[in-house]
Structures are given as C-alpha cells and as structure tokens.
Design a protein around this ligand. Structure first.
Ligand SMILES: [Zn+2]
Length: 62
C-alpha cells in the first residue's frame, strides 16, 4: 500500500466566494472514499447544503 502525501490546499467556495482550506486530512479522507473532485464549498456551506437536503427529505416523508 503506497502512502500518498497531501498538503493543505486553499479553495474558493462556490456559494460565498470565500477562500477555505482543504486540509491534508480531508484530502486523505476524500482519497479513501474514492472521490475525485475537490469540495466546491466551504465547510460551512457544505453543512448548510446537507441540512437543507435532510430537511427536504424529512418533508417528503410527511
Ligand atoms: Zn461558503
């Protein structure tokens, strides 16, 4: 098993246009999961988007 090295990368959020750091740890997590694309949003907006999706799912159930 080869060990991949990651460095923190600064990305720009698609929603707010703010820069955020995609940490080496997160990159390793993405790599492990097999995700090929970097996150398009900052952690804050990713969480908000996820909350919205959960909310919609919850409403559909009702
Ligand atoms: Zn954002």
């Amino acid at each position: 098993m080869d060990k991949k090295e990651f460095n923190d990368i600064t990305l720009v959020c698609k929603d707010c246009g703010e820069e955020f750091v995609w940490t080496a740890g997160e990159q390793a997590f993405y790599h492990e999961k097999g995700f090929t694309n970097p996150p398009a949003r900052c952690p804050e907006h990713r969480a908000k988007r996820k909350a919205r999706q959960n909310n919609r799912f919850y409403k559909n159930e009702r």
